[in-house]
Design a protein around this ligand. Structure first.
Ligand code: APR
Length: 334
């Protein structure tokens, strides 16, 4: 009988390897990592197997019991049998942003990678909860949701936890209070139009609007919206420590059934549409996470100006949905 939960991480690059090592360090789950082979001069190497071994030896050094395995797969989708038995699958495979690129610039390349991966998840891990990380994440979550055909509670994208962590970091730096005591939600699409909800943001229970002047809050919002780009410009590639930690928060909420409320990109259905004014799109909203994945979509209150921002953000995600549909239809005809 399988006792420990299994989390599979597809794509063991910067984000994926940090997810694997953070999960392993918590000792809560077993981890399986999947990635394609690489070239080292004339030699074909299998970094994913090396990374898994290295993490496993790290665990032995600090007395943590968790199994970590690495599996080499092909871009064509061979080698995914070990997905079988996964409780959660995290997808970080694909290309990250480079300086000067928007997340949408990755759409076409990443969708063809994720389409193959989604088909393998459907085949080998049909009961899993899937967390999509690859950018542009709202569109990728939608594409994966469509291909998988899983109930919507088992497919979600990671963005809001990261964006909220960035916002909390900037607030914490500004007012010199521990981020633990800062509550702030960022919802909407994971792009320049994301929506930090100021009206409900608070520091130790005190509304943020009572703690900082409006212009300062606006400055922090701007920095949050371009928080990903700031790191891409500094590092030449996209962030991975904070994204990995955000994924681990989501995984832990699901595995431990702790019912945390975290902003995640989920498919909005008819009923959500009545409150959020948006349906048939994946976009970030606060949800309750537990064993079943998304257990509830929370209807968060918004001021009229926040609702306007929300509508703009949803529109910016929707603008590219047609391209996603076309790419998916073209694939299904092949
Ligand atoms: N199958 C499996 N893995 C793949 C495939 C494929 N077809 N194509 C690429 N990969 C792997 C790469 O080999 C690489 O190890 O995906 C990994 C991506 O890692 P990085 O290039 O380091 O990118 P990373 O920074 O981890 O970002 C991954 O997450 O946050 C998002 O925008 C980011 O879309 C990007 C993704």
């Amino acid at each position: 009988m399988k006792m420990r939960k299994v989390v599979s991480v597809i794509g063991a690059g910067n984000v994926g390897e940090h997810v694997a090592s953070l999960l392993a360090l918590r000792g809560l789950v077993d981890v399986r990592m999947f990635d394609i082979p690489k070239k080292d001069g004339d030699r074909i190497i299998e970094p994913v197997k090396g990374k898994a071994l290295d993490i496993r030896q790290m665990l032995a050094a600090i007395d943590i019991d968790a199994k970590v395995e690495g599996y080499t797969v092909t871009p064509e989708g061979e080698g995914y049998e070990a997905l079988e038995g996964s409780d959660i699958v995290v997808i970080t495979a694909g290309f990250p942003r480079r300086p000067g690129m928007s997340r949408e610039d990755l759409l076409e390349k990443n969708i063809s990678i994720l389409a193959i991966i989604a088909e393998r998840i459907k085949k080998y891990a049909p009961d899993s909860v899937v967390i999509v990380v690859t950018n542009p994440v709202d569109l990728m979550t939608y594409a994966v949701y469509r291909i998988l055909g899983f109930p919507r509670n088992r497919v979600m994208g990671m963005a809001g936890v990261l964006d909220s962590a960035r916002f909390k970091t900037f607030i914490s730096q500004e007012i010199k209070v521990s981020p633990k005591d800062i509550h702030a939600y960022v919802i909407g699409g994971h792009g320049d139009e994301m929506v930090p909800l100021i009206s409900i943001s608070n520091v130790g229970g005190i509304p943020l609007i009572n703690m900082l002047p409006r212009e300062k809050i606006e400055e922090l919002i701007r920095r949050t919206r371009f928080g990903g780009g700031e790191i891409v410009d500094l590092m030449g590639t996209s962030a991975y420590y904070a994204p990995a930690a955000a994924i681990v928060e989501m995984v832990e909420a699901i595995v431990t059934d702790n019912k945390r409320i975290l902003p995640c990109s989920v498919f909005l259905d008819e009923e959500d549409g009545e409150y959020y004014g948006a349906k048939n799109v994946c976009v970030g909203v606060p949800v309750k996470l537990g064993n079943c994945g998304v257990e509830e979509v929370i209807k968060i209150p918004m001021l009229p100006e926040e609702r306007q921002m929300w509508e703009r953000s949803v529109e910016s995600v929707k603008r590219n949905l047609k391209t996603v549909e076309e790419l998916l239809n073209a694939r299904s005809k092949v």
